[in-house]
Design a protein around this ligand. Sequence first.
Ligand code: PLP
Length: 409
Amino acid sequence: MFAGRDVRTDFPVLHQKVGAHPLVYLDNAATSHKPQVVIDAVSRFYERDNSNVHRGLHALSMRATDGYEAARARVARFINAASPAEIIFTRGTTESVNLVAQSWAAANLRRGDVILLTEMEHHSNMVPWQVAAERAGATLRYVPVVGDNAEHGLDLDALDRLLTPEVKLFAFTHISNTLGVITPAAELCRRARAVGAVTVVDAAQSIGHEPLDVQSLGCDFLAFSGHKMAGPTGIGVLYGRRALLDAMPPWQTGGGMISVVEFGSSRWKPSPERFEAGTPNVADAIGLHAAMDYLDGLGRPEISLHDHALAETAYAALAELPGIRLLGPAGRRAGLVSFALQDAHAHDVVTFADQDGVALRGGHHCNQPLMRKLGLPSSVRASFYVYNTPQEIDVLVRSLRRIIQFFRA
Ligand code: PLP
């Protein structure tokens, strides 16, 4: 994989011990680590180019502006957007979804309209729509998650009933952060378009793991975070189709987003500036640029194969453990596996695994309604990225065996 390259040497944080044990980091769905090239890009900006962007005429400001706008153009290429004007920098997925909810939805939703979501949405792609629906007098519908543990997926047959002309917006995740389900995003966008609904794709869990092309997906909006794709925290992206962005009002106002200001009123710049009031996160946009170069250097199809293979190996190995309930599909799944142990609470599992140097995540994973539907208070999640190895899955399984023995004793 990755043409024989030792990817682990690119990530300085991996080379440490937790207590007496080498770190086994399996919490990548929460946040991924950063390769040295990303750390260097951010440091270099502060060491050499640090300055504010867009309105400066001196050398440093021009370099900072060039770096920031080059990052925007790089994002456009990374997701095959038609133009950099369709790329808005935000703090992350959560802020990107809130931008659409507070701008597009506030301007376009009316009483009686419907927002369609799925039962597997992260709170970040659920709560903003609850608030938008309440403000507009709109209602929410959910595409159910069906099937038993081994076959969890979206009930696509229910879409015919749910996707009626009252649906003005369909927001759904590309990859479930708990179940590992990969949704048929292009088909969902096509079916939404057929009833005139605008689509919002939450790509938080897919952007760093799968090749992604917004034009072939056919989505109207797409949201993601830099920190889950080897990039810095505090930077993310909202992609929006130009025609929609041009018609949307700003959601935050202030410097940088205006063309003319009078004492009584103001006029706005076009996208993307209209949606980026105030000083942007220049350094981390530049770090994100380095992360995209890094991921493309490894090869995104290769990353996808690597992560899927680890998840399959982990799923099969974990299935052998006594008293385990695995969540999500047994077959094609993204690079993560969630599970619950009969005898131990998820938080205890994570605390005990940490004693073996294994970093997991336990809880509701910002999927409270889904967990309730599954009849679980919480689950444990192991999630993989480019630097994880099959040997680390062996360490995970050994640690879980120890935990099961302890709680059964
Ligand atoms: N959507 C999904 C599917 C996620 O997994 C996450 C984070 O875990 C988010 C949205 C929110 O991302 P952020 O906290 O970076 O805004």
